[in-house]
Design a protein around this ligand. Structure first.
Ligand code: GLC
Ligand code: CA
Length: 565
């Protein structure tokens, strides 16, 4: 295996709008990230992924790009981005930006042209289709649903046709079959690389090809959402091989694809196996469905399916053990908060540290989502108008249709799943507006900022933030660095419903990682194991009697061990 810098990195994901507001106009910005680079450096991360900051009408918070060569004015200028890259590089921090290939904004000049007429030079930049006539009524070319609700087609009167959009109406899908589109996007990528960017997180990458336009049969909904109609189809790989050859490989850039669409292991390997010639790694989302969040019909407590979670982790670790590399992340800007999903509100510190250790000791490149390191939580939404996120509003409408008399239920469900949970202001201090801005923020601020914030946690030795720091330090600068980065992963006791236990092995070094997902006491047998040292833990002393370890609520320990043969 060829070692790469990004295998030895620790990443941090930034959502620019809610990270830090440097000019106090209520919205986060590029200079804000610049000002917080010292914080990130102190935390120990050396790779940042910044969500889109392109010029955009912000229908989907910047994933709807109006101009790939411009910075969204409220976030700052191109000069600010250059300065940010410069300072980051001085600190040894690499910068990865979002690359949105699947769609543009409907306000992008290409689309404005494309709409004008059927013979416009830009018509084929997008996916246009005639409607069907059923019982004298014009309907969409297919009944396929979109991710944000409703049809995946939108009607345009001027040319009496439909364009495809698997996200919102304001996000028309690019037609990747068109070589001109391919070249345009290669040009965009080159331009940013010339500016000094070190890599790309590639948005919605699995969707670049579509199935044949045939209706979904026997559907319950008017517009059923079937991912297979536009996920992981064969041509995606041709496009990625082309991008790799003309853009990624010559510039030796890091690429991390967002592979939603329920990609299988085989698919993931096609994208990111060492010999795939496509991407460096892919984010998968399998572990995000290891609780009952998406089945909840009557909001009640979330339940973590620990065995599912372990099986999922194990499956991916095994798949990429030899011929590929993985990013490690719990959640991102599209998910509710980690603490509110997998943490425990009675034991926030213990469970927060346990979740961090469980992830950071695995093989792969860890990514922390902003605020995760201090244990930020979901937002207590009170009204549908609290939602900024287009998909949260769609969920609310969808749920309300099911129970029109019970808007409270619809709100609770939409709130539990809302992407806005992850997009509240970063909680820097106990000052007004969480120290995010001096002015009333244009985004939500969670009321718990006086308790949960960076400043407090920097001052407390025992804080979650300091636990993250320690984990990063272990990975990057300790005698365990090699084993944590390159050691193999071995899952233990997979059917145990309380504990997540695994080993890391490198030559004759061994680490044993034990994590309890339970509030109750759990026993673990250490027979035949000789403990050399405690590498990191979330309780001060370990309770070991007669080679049996008693784990307290959410206890987590990493032992440096020898095994008696
Ligand atoms: C990805 C992004 C998400 C966005 C979508 C459309 O899933 O992570 O935030 O809404 O793509 O670009
Ligand atoms: Ca600002």
């Amino acid at each position: 295996m060829q070692k790469k810098w990004w295998m030895e990195s620790v990443g941090y994901q930034i959502y620019p709008k809610s990270f830090y507001d440097s000019n106090h106009d209520g919205i986060g910005d590029i200079k804000g990230i610049h000002e917080k680079l010292d914080y990130l450096n102190d935390l120990g991360v050396n790779l940042i992924w910044i969500c889109p900051f392109y010029d955009s009408p912000m229908d989907d918070n910047g994933y709807d790009v109006r101009d790939f060569y411009k910075v969204y004015a409220e976030f700052g200028t191109l000069e600010d981005v250059k300065n940010l890259i410069h300072k980051a590089h001085q600190l040894g921090i690499k910068v990865v930006m979002d690359f949105v290939l699947n769609h543009t904004s409907d306000e992008h000049p290409w689309f404005i042209e494309s709409k004008k007429s059927k013979d416009n030079a830009f018509r084929d930049y997008y996916i246009w289709h005639e409607g069907k006539t059923i019982n004298d009524k014009k309907v969409e070319p297919t009944n396929w649903g979109s991710f944000f609700g409703g049809s995946c087609w939108n009607y345009d009167e001027l040319t009496d046709s439909y364009y495809m959009k698997i996200f919102s109406n304001k996000m028309p899908d690019l037609n990747w079959k068109n070589p001109k589109v391919q070249q345009e996007m290669i040009d965009v990528g080159k331009w940013w690389l010339d500016l000094g960017i070190d890599g790309f997180r590639i948005d919605a990458v699995s969707h670049l090809d579509r199935a044949e336009f045939i209706d979904i049969k026997n559907a319950k909904d008017q517009y059923p959402l079937d991912w297979h109609k536009f996920s992981n189809l064969p041509k995606v790989h041709d496009y990625l091989k082309l991008l790799n050859k003309s853009l990624f490989k010559p510039n030796d850039v890091l690429t991390i694809g967002e592979v939603g669409g329920q990609a299988t292991i085989e698919e993931a390997k096609k994208y990111a196996g060492f010999d795939s010639n496509e991407l460096s790694m892919v984010f998968n989302f399998d572990h995000n469905w290891c609780n009952n969040l998406h089945e909840i019909t009557n909001p009640k407590k979330l339940v973590t399916h620990v065995i599912d979670l372990k099986k999922t982790f194990n499956k991916w670790q095994k798949a990429f053990a030899k011929d590929g590399w993985m990013p490690l992340n719990w959640l991102n800007h599209d998910q509710p908060r980690l603490m509110s999903q997998y943490g425990d509100y009675k034991y926030p510190l213990e469970s927060g540290k346990m979740l961090a250790t469980a992830l950071h000791m695995k093989r792969g490149t860890p990514f922390i989502y902003q605020g995760e390191e201090i244990g930020m939580t979901n937002y207590p939404f009170e009204d549908v108008t609290d939602f900024n996120d287009i998909s949260s509003r769609a969920t609310y409408i969808y749920e309300l249709k099911k129970t029109p008399d019970d808007p409270v239920r619809a709100l609770k469900i939409a709130s539990l799943r809302s992407r806005d949970n992850a997009r509240t202001a970063m909680q820097w201090s106990k000052k007004l507006y969480a120290g995010f801005s001096l002015e009333q923020p244009k985004i939500l601020v969670n009321r718990n900022y006086k308790k949960i914030n960076v400043t407090n946690q920097l001052n407390e030795n025992d804080s979650l933030l300091n636990h993250y720091k320690k984990l990063i330090e272990l990975r990057r600068f300790s005698k365990y660095s090699d084993i944590i980065i390159y050691g193999s992963y071995e899952q233990i006791d997979i059917e145990n419903e309380n504990l997540y236990v695994y080993k890391r092995i490198l030559d004759n070094q061994k680490l044993l990682i034990i994590n309890s997902f339970s509030r109750k006491k759990v026993l673990y047998d250490l027979k035949d194991i000789e403990i050399i040292d405690v590498v990191i833990s979330n309780y001060k002393n370990q309770k070991i009697i007669n080679q049996t370890l008693t784990l307290r609520a959410f206890e987590s320990i990493v032992f440096d061990i020898k095994e008696k043969s």
